[in-house]
Design a protein around this ligand. Structure first.
Ligand code: ACO
Length: 323
């Protein structure tokens, strides 16, 4: 059977680091509050020349180089983002242009913080359906542009960045020992819209709007939703928490990550944490964390990796893949 195998990974971050202490002068907050409630110590914030497209293109170039491929080898680009450069066209086609590609096709996916999980599973279906051999899957965000910098309950939580992987069609035996994507489970429930949303848009206010969140409400649902969908992935594949080599969760809040890992019985030393360095970069957080753990040698070929995310919508999902 066809399996979608990861051939390369790349990441890109803005130049400017903003530490918690830098925010103390902007809103009434403290490094201590932010670290204790979220685990975040710093985040990267894009300058006006750095955009979702420029960061996404930089991550894509790094992933192609890591894979030993060129843009000519790519059939499809899927970009997970909620902060596109323009309402349209898709940031994916702008990244396609940046890469010098005039063949193939490209589109954006919008599932907020779960975007990368949705995008990987979509790319997997295109590959297994035979419509693409190699797909660039990118998560790229500039959430700093949609934050209300006067709202201390949200502005301290988010950061900007991008990560990308190249998926390629490979041969598998249909076993969980195969390399590639082994399972993907996606969920959404629009009845939670008001708990995490942006209060603007082309069809309503004709403005971009600002992110609004009832943090405590999101927190309350997060752990249950995340662990439910992961347990569904375990059931589907027959794999268990003990089989996991690396747990790479969405990096929203260290307390949510810790509570999810504990409920699932995943050992602490298997959990990849980058929220301290990047803050919540929405759809970019999972590929940024993957990139960090590949770069420092933790994730190696053949390792079983569990990805998960939960975000606005609500949307949530989990992917099991063998690196
Ligand atoms: N600095 C200091 N105090 C603050 C700050 C701040 N930056 N922000 C809020 N506070 C205050 C509040 O005003 C409140 O004060 P009060 O008790 O006098 O009213 C107090 O701190 C506690 O506020 P809570 O909101 O109850 O704090 P909580 O412990 O819930 O932590 C947080 C807030 C970090 C937002 C948490 O609820 C959380 O992480 N929620 C989940 C967010 C998340 O995971 N989002 C994921 C999806 S993101 C996406 O999809 C785009």
């Amino acid at each position: 059977m066809i399996r979608s195998v990861v051939k390369g990974i790349g990441t890109a971050l803005p130049e400017r680091i903003v530490k918690n202490s830098d925010l103390e002068g902007m809103v009434e907050t403290s490094d201590e509050w932010i670290v204790q409630r979220t685990g975040i110590r710093q985040r990267y914030i894009a300058n006006e020349n750095e955009t979702t497209v420029s960061l996404g293109a930089a991550a894509a170039r790094a992933a192609l180089e890591n894979a030993g491929l060129t843009p000519d080898d790519i059939d499809l680009i899927v970009v997970a983002t909620s902060t596109p450069n323009n309402t349209f066209p898709a940031s994916a086609v702008e990244i396609q242009k940046e890469l010098g590609m005039t063949h193939g096709f490209a589109f954006d996916m919008q599932a907020v913080c779960s975007g990368f999980i949705y995008a990987i599973s979509t790319a997997d279906l295109y590959i297994r359906g035979g419509m693409a051999q190699r797909v660039l899957v990118i998560g790229s965000e500039t959430f700093s542009r949609i934050l209300d910098w006067n709202d201390r309950s949200t502005c301290v939580l988010f950061g900007d960045g991008a990560g990308a992987i190249v998926l390629e069609a490979g041969e598998g035996k249909g076993l969980t020992s195969d390399r590639g994507i082994l399972s993907a489970n996606l969920r959404s429930d629009g009845s939670h819209k008001h708990k995490l949303f942006v209060d603007g848009g082309p069809s309503t206010t004709q403005t971009v709007g600002h992110l609004r969140m009832e943090g405590r409400e999101v927190f309350k649902h997060a752990v249950g939703m995340i662990t439910d969908v992961i347990e569904a992935s375990f059931e589907e594949t027959g794999l268990t928490a003990d089989d996991i080599d690396w747990f790479v969760p969405h990096q929203a809040n260290k307390r949510i990550i810790d509570a999810s890992a504990k409920k699932l019985n995943i050992a602490e030393d298997k959990v990849v944490i980058t929220v301290d360095q990047h803050g919540n970069t929405s759809a970019a957080s999972v590929p940024l964390a993957l990139g960090a753990a590949v770069k420092d040698g933790r994730i190696k070929e053949g390792d079983l990796v569990l990805l998960e995310a939960m975000g606005g919508g609500f949307t949530w999902g989990a992917v099991l893949l063998r690196w």
